[in-house]
Write a new protein. Structure first.
Length: 743
């Protein structure tokens, strides 16, 4: 018997996604709306995990999780779930979803919707819910259209509908309606491929087996297609329906399966075919041997003749028998088909499978996978044990163990110890889905954002979610650690992915900092007032002052408020990093500014003058100002003494500038001191030797004194006008020298 297996067999992507979602869902509070697929065995496996099937959304409790199968549901179901707090695992097939969008958009444009399909099929029922249940459903190529005169019409099709039947219905519609209608051939391409292949196989084979649930629409379509080309087509729900007797006389047998048929069921049928075939052949061989053994005994001479013939032809018989066996193996591709299915098994990376221990060796365990005829080696390094000992596993032969699919190519790699890591990873992914922060290293980037991985999960960070603001250069993040929070966690048969954001974390931290700063500022401005004495640390200095941290808030001490005597650099008074006391001078709550002063808490120079100076003391100073009535000498920073013009020299001088220059350093004697009035009178001439004077002749009796011409009285106050630039060529040194000559 030659077996031809359809290439397009087993779950389609939409069905596989739905089944995986149900198998991986938390069975404690999860429900499937309707049969997840039309396959009893799969449904029972899902129900054993605790996931329950319901026929109505009313049966799903508020707050639970519901799985929408690949057939899709009416639009209103999503709104109801949102109102009731029901979490939706939407497994609607992409082809069905596309049809839903077409129906919704065309209906919104005012068009009348016609659906070609089976009225009671879940997909068609769901499509009705996207056009207020107003669509006309057509299932027959001979059906007469309703009266639609003057109406624009849109036609869609059930994704699993017969391609041939669809085309005939469209031809019939064209004959009945002159006005052009919008036709969307929404049949799934996998459906088209499966039906086309079933047609091709049926044309080559004497018999065809169609495997799948008896209530599966797409599987029934395959049966209809195959029946048009082959007279012997049989429907099998599973291996239990297989009857070898109806196939044993056929040379070429084709096998096709529906989109809701697991690969395991196809393998079971093939193995059952091989098993029954082997048993039948063994029985036939035993019966032949029995016939030979029970043959009547002939006379000796005849026996001798027979014996001679058998001896002469024995080698030829052995060659023929060996040839027949080889031809049988070559012509019977059953083993090859089973092996092919095993090699193309729909294992997925990250999937957990059960395997049976067949032997314990020093290198590891030999195991047998379900429906597999050959053993594979499981390395001892992949076992979940501290130290491997073959003797410990020898008694476990025949037991089953769970293994994780680690790699698919170039060969299947399984691991037991990775299951624990996977379980930890899944627990972590659940926490991440609930909002837990996690970190990854960015391994690359694409046009849309950054990529990385967390265990078996791919992680994608959209460009707009990297940080607040626009990110121009994504390459600079490669190799960097990203702090993330999940936006969405995806897990299906094709991949496991986390879409995450770093921006939300950074924004939250920024908002928290700003809120804390605002609260701190509010507390600060509520507690500070003009006139308060505060302690502050000098953080940084500028040309115009110092910024001082007072209770964490920056206050400005202007350079003019640092010293009574005036300074050129802030660092002449304050040192960065040191703490000082300051006086609060101004508080501007509206603009968040505080001015403070340092000098206001320091004594002024005149306040210490009484302790440092007394009348009669000799001081050394520098001429800083010259006025018509005298010169001011800086005794120290902030203290100036006045040398009246009469106290500059014993000789009469016209102006102080004729003797002194600004910048001259002189010694002078304190003649008067009034710290409260901030006055100090000095005398230079008091330290100079007085010149000898000739005695004046006595005045005769009755002689009148000559009238003295007195100069106008001058106010010796400091505020008299004076010319700072006034100067003469005669210096104090010259005056002293002349006085010495006149002695």
């Amino acid at each position: 018997m030659n077996v031809i297996l359809a290439k397009n067999s087993g779950f389609c992507s939409g069905v596989r996604r739905a089944v995986d979602a149900a198998m991986n869902a938390d069975g404690r509070n999860t429900f499937v709306l309707g049969e997840i697929i039309h396959n009893r065995e799969v449904i029972e496996s899902i129900e054993r995990r605790g996931v329950k099937s319901v026929e109505s959304l009313n049966e799903v409790p508020d707050g639970a999780t519901v799985i929408f199968r690949s057939h899709g549901v009416p639009e209103s179901f999503y709104g109801e779930c949102e109102r009731r707090g029901i979490k939706v695992l939407d497994c609607t097939c992409e082809f069905v979803r596309k049809t839903q969008r077409i129906v919704s958009e065309q209906f919104a444009l005012g068009k009348t919707i016609i659906i070609i399909g089976e009225p009671t099929h879940p997909e068609v029922v769901g499509l009705q819910g996207w056009c207020n249940n107003s669509a006309y459903v057509i299932n027959s190529e001979n059906e007469v259209l309703p009266a639609l005169e003057g109406k624009d019409v849109c036609i869609v099709c059930q994704t699993t509908f017969s391609v041939e039947k669809f085309e005939k219905i469209i031809e019939n519609i064209k004959k009945q309606r002159e006005k052009t209608v919008a036709v969307f051939k929404t049949i799934c391409y996998t459906t088209i491929g499966r039906q086309s292949e079933a047609d091709e196989i049926a044309g080559k084979c004497d018999a065809v087996l169609v495997i799948g649930g008896l209530n599966s629409s797409n599987t029934n379509k395959l049966f209809e297609v195959a029946s048009k080309k082959c007279a012997h087509v049989f429907r099998l729900a599973n291996a239990e329906d297989f009857d070898y007797s109806v196939l044993k006389n056929f040379l070429n047998v084709g096998i096709v399966s529906g989109a809701s048929t697991p690969d395991a069921q196809t393998r079971e049928v093939l193995l059952k075919m091989e098993e029954v075939s082997t048993e039948v052949k063994a029985t036939e061989s035993a019966e032949e041997e029995k016939v030979v053994a029970e043959a009547p005994v002939v006379d000796a001479p005849v026996a001798e003749t027979v014996s001679e013939v058998e001896q002469s032809e024995a080698p030829v018989a052995e060659e023929v028998a060996e040839k027949e066996v080889n031809e049988e193996v070559a012509s019977n591709p059953m083993d090859a088909v089973v092996a092919k299915i095993d090699s193309e098994s729909k294992f997925k990376k990250g999937q957990i499978v059960k395997a049976t221990i067949s032997e314990a060796t020093e290198e590891g365990l030999k195991i047998l996978l379900p429906f597999s005829k050959s053993e594979i080696m499981l390395s001892k390094d992949e076992l979940d044990c501290d130290v491997y000992n073959a003797a410990d596993y020898a008694g476990k032969v025949g037991e089953q163990i769970d293994l994780l699919v680690v790699e698919l190519r170039p060969s299947l790699k399984l691991s037991q110890k990775m299951i624990k890591l996977l379980q930890e990873e899944e627990a972590l992914s659940a926490e991440i889905a609930a909002g837990k922060e996690f970190s990854i290293t960015c391994t690359g980037y694409n046009k849309g954002g950054l990529v990385g991985a967390m265990g078996t999960y791919q992680v994608f960070v959209p460009a707009k979610e990297i940080r607040p603001g626009y990110v121009k250069d994504l390459s600079k993040y490669e190799g960097k650690t990203l702090r993330l929070r999940a936006i969405e966690v995806k897990k299906d048969s094709r991949r496991k992915e986390i879409i995450a954001s770093q921006r939300v974390i950074l924004q939250e931290e920024k908002d928290a900092r700003e809120a804390a700063k605002a609260a701190k500022e509010e507390a600060f401005f509520s507690s500070i007032n003009v006139g308060d004495t505060v302690e502050g640390k000098v953080e940084r200095v500028t040309a115009f002052g110092a910024f001082v941290s007072v209770n964490g808030f920056d206050c400005l001490a202007h350079i003019s408020d640092l010293s009574w005597t005036g300074i050129e650099n802030v660092t002449d008074v304050l040192e960065i990093g040191k703490t000082y006391k300051f006086l609060v001078l101004k508080v501007d709550k509206e603009n968040k500014k505080v001015s403070i002063g340092y000098k206001q808490l320091q004594p002024q120079p005149w306040e210490l003058a009484a302790e440092k100076y007394s009348v009669g003391d000799v001081v050394h100073g520098k001429v800083v100002r010259i006025v018509p009535f005298g010169a001011f000498v800086e005794v120290e920073k902030g203290i100036d003494g006045l040398v009246h013009v009469s106290q500059i020299s014993h000789e009469r001088i016209e102006t102080p500038a004729s003797v002194l220059n600004v910048g001259d350093e002189v010694d002078a004697k304190i003649m008067a001191l009034d710290p409260e009035a901030r006055k100090m009178n000095l005398s230079i001439k008091a330290l100079l030797p007085e010149a000898e004077r000739k005695p004046r002749a006595p005045r005769e009796e009755g002689e009148e004194r000559p009238a003295r011409r007195r100069a106008p009285r001058r106010d010796d106050g400091e505020m008299n006008s004076w010319s700072e630039g006034a100067s003469v060529s005669t210096s104090l040194a010259d005056i002293l020298a002349n006085a010495e000559k006149n002695k």
